[in-house]
Design a protein around this ligand. Structure first.
Ligand code: SF4
Length: 347
């Protein structure tokens, strides 16, 4: 009896990878999902930090997709290895700091390693030709297959009919006639297929699957790199860029000011790593200071913090400064006005 073939699907949490996996499952292939955690993902606990977006459920969409499909999902931590992709991408960055082509090559390569270790037969992705300007173009499809080392073990079920036959098609593991020939930026064919499969709830397609496609996030990362004088980073650095207002009044220190309660609680977790400030006379945000402020800088930090609290119109606001070693001091400041805060301060 022929052995059942097994495919590993890259699952981002979006609609395309969900449809690609389902298309292959419909052909009787066993599918398991792989999701890579780079530190920049929008998924997971990042969604849970802010309270605001109450309308949409807070969930890890990759896990949710796997649950809808009824497949196993393997979440793989690639934070360390991903640094080389982001810091020095061979194919460069997209509109922001997103190294999409290198990122795809990296992920398909990792999937290829996983495939060998776990005795699977081929890799599937939700790529569609022409869908994204950087990584999903007709010319980049063979580059990803070649440079990842996956070659024709990589099948893109949503646009396979526009591409040369792959090993799973040639070997008859999958029926090419039942694959798709989607191309271009329109989402209509995907929506129709989703309807056919009975998926009525899925993550809305956004600019990309990670924060690196976001202009505001990218400018904060550039600021971090510039002020440190190197491009290296730790997970905490990139997590903190997702939270709060980032204000750099002087080159040697930056403030991270919480915007709401969820961020407040998140930043509390870093009180032992950074100097923190909060208002005691009025309700106000929690601020972390990244850098080496002197006494005068602390007063300025207090004035900025007070400007975002309920004492913003008061003559005096009291604050407490807490140092990572547990020492504390109090401050009395007059809050800055918006006019006293030049726009160059805002990262
Ligand atoms: S959007 Fe982010 S995760 Fe997605 S391919 Fe581009 S760099 Fe990679």
């Amino acid at each position: 009896m022929a052995q059942q073939k097994k495919a590993v699907a890259l699952i981002s949490g979006g609609l395309d990878s969900m449809l690609a996996a389902k298309t292959i499952m419909e052909q009787g292939i066993q599918v398991e999902g792989l999701n890579f955690f780079t530190g920049f993902c929008v998924e997971g606990h990042t969604h849970a930090i802010r309270q605001k977006e109450g309308v949409r459920p807070k969930r890890n969409n990759a896990l949710w997709v796997a649950e809808q499909l009824g497949i196993k999902l393997h979440i793989v931590d690639v934070i360390e290895e991903y640094k080389t992709v982001l810091i020095n991408p061979k194919h460069g960055y997209g509109a922001n700091l997103n190294p999409c082509l290198d990122c795809k090559i990296f992920m398909v390569n990792k999937a290829g390693q996983w495939l060998k270790e776990n005795n699977f037969d081929f890799i599937i992705t939700g790529e569609v030709i022409g869908q994204r300007p950087m990584s999903q173009r007709k010319q980049t499809m063979p580059i990803i297959a070649r440079e990842s080392g996956a070659d024709d073990v990589l099948l893109r079920p949503l646009c396979a009919k526009n591409l040369p036959e792959t090993l799973p098609e040639r070997e008859g593991w999958v029926d090419r006639s039942k694959l798709h020939g989607f191309s271009g930026r329109s989402r209509k064919p995907q929506m129709e297929l989703a309807q056919r499969f009975g998926f009525d709830d899925y993550a809305q397609p956004a600019g990309g699957c990670c924060f690196l496609t976001d202009a505001a996030y990218s400018s904060k990362l550039v600021d971090l790199w510039q002020n440190r004088g190197h491009k290296n980073y730790e997970l905490d650095d990139v997590m903190l860029l997702k939270v709060g207002r980032h204000i750099r009044p002087k080159a040697h220190f930056k403030l991270i000011v919480s915007r709401e309660e969820g961020e407040d609680r998140f930043l509390q977790g870093y009180k032992n790593d950074f100097i923190s400030l909060f208002c005691t006379s009025h309700n106000g945000p929690l601020t972390l200071i990244d850098g080496t402020p002197n006494a005068e800088d602390l007063t300025l930090a207090g004035q900025i913090t007070a400007r975002y609290g309920q004492g913003r119109g008061a003559e005096q606001v009291d604050l407490r400064v807490r140092f990572p070693d547990g020492r504390e001091k109090t401050l009395q400041v007059k809050p800055l006005t918006p006019e006293q805060m030049p726009k160059e301060w805002f990262v």
